[in-house]
Design a protein around this ligand. Sequence first.
Ligand code: GLP
Length: 259
Amino acid sequence: MSLRQMRSPTIQVIVARTDEELCAWGLHCFVETLQQRPDAVISLTTGRTTAGLYRTVREWHARGQTNLSPARFVSSEEYVGIGADDPISLFGWLRHEVLDPLGVSGYSAIRMSGNAADLGNEWRRFDATIEQMGGVDLVIQSIGANGHFGFNEPGVTRDAPSRVVTLAPSTVRSNAAYWPPDIQVPTRGLTMGVDATLRARHILLLAAGATKAEAIARAVQGPIDEDAPCSLLRLAPRLTIIADEAAAARLDGAGNWHT
Ligand code: GLP
């Protein structure tokens, strides 16, 4: 596998030449986490980029029959007003794409319910549960074109807890493309916050496609800045970014890249 990498003691940036390479490196992080700790806490996100990784994880699981029952999974985002069985539930999407195929009981996942009566209590309970479990071992995220992760939109602070957020119009538009045209995508969401994310032992950030190139350049080489939420991830104990060539196109590699 030929690839370009940039390394610092806590940050690794891998540029994958193909979707398969990107997913293979993502799978490597997933498996490494479980090898180190079979009861690892792994946080999942939604979207097209992670869908490819989840397909690779499903194929790996089908080959090896690995027992994942000790592992614990976190569903890191949900739309406000949407119940778990709603067709556009993000938790429902994760159940279908990841949890059910891996033989994990979806309802054991740590999550925020979008139709909870008291949303403030819901995200506080979510953060407290994660803390009681000793934090997250691996957070899987993908970058939005505006630099967001989860629903942590530009302007978010680095100590932001999990919470209810109003989605940026560009996020609503890009999320609308996941569903049939007659479905109205909610404009508010619940998201795992920056604080809980940064406390994770390892963050895996995926990026695919030219629409992510500017956001990845800011995340990797720009200042650590609340207007570029993924740049905050550089404050984590360990960050692995896997980008395809198109998403990495604006990275200035001078002196930093290994082949
Ligand atoms: C949604 C998710 C984000 C993700 C984004 C990117 O907005 N809430 O966590 O960063 O999608 O999605 P895609 O991989 O489809 O570009």
